[in-house]
Ligand binder design. Sequence first.
Ligand code: SAM
Length: 282
Amino acid sequence: MTASQSGQLYIVATPIGNLADFSSRAVETLQAVDVVAAEDTRHSKPLLQHFGIHTPLLSLHEHNEQQRSELLLQRLQAGESVALISDAGTPLISDPGYRLVSLVQNHQIRVVPIPGSCALIAALSASGIASDKFSFEGFLPSKQTARRQHLETLKHSEHSLIFYESPRRLQDTLTEAVAIFGAGRRACLARELTKLHETIKTLPLAELQEWVAADQNQQRGECVLLIEGTATAVKADEQELSRVLALLLEDLPVKKAAAIAAAITGGKKNEAYQLALKLQHK
Ligand code: SAM
């Protein structure tokens, strides 16, 4: 059989909370295909029924992906069309599907994305954390030592960092992040996106950690944690130093203003002095 006689594999995003985010193209695709491969068929059945989708379901999860992928490849090669969904959001994003897509692609079968909700993108778009360059880190290791070690490796990342996090580990992760990235590094907690209790809070890490610790409600539901990278963190520090220096230079000599500004902002005296000299000659 040639590739042109094969069916197509559709990678279909489902909502991450709000059902109105299910696109009409996604619904039409799921209605039209021969089979829908779902991470958890019991979980997806009510959603599909709600949208009048009665296509047969087949499970494809972490533990049977290899074997199911072979089976779906055969069905695609026989000319059937297949859609892949996960429990919520975009398949393959911290969800199964990579093995299936790569296998199918290796057999020259067309893979068609039907884009839609994705928690990391929704979180980033509303976080106020720099979005030009970012690194999606998925879930952090659950063991504390491994988690700390992993965070340490990201300490100097220039890019914004995005994590999926369990609400049970959120407090510990935030405490570790304060110790590793510093109290002043800006971070965002995006919780329960598109749902009733949607919360998006962006604060310096130490304040975010205190805010979460003080409110049990912030330790529930689904969450995304974003931490700004060094590129914007440095800029923010410089802006703060300039602001404080400009005020002090109105009444104090350069050396004194630089020393006090460095003490207030936690910056280096020498850098504050160099900046003070520049500001003085402006
Ligand atoms: N494939 C999904 C996507 O496109 O975002 C992610 C699947 S991953 C197994 C589930 C994790 O995504 C949750 O533990 C949480 O970190 C994040 N997540 C999913 N829905 C969310 C929501 N409504 N609000 C915040 N985070 C969410």
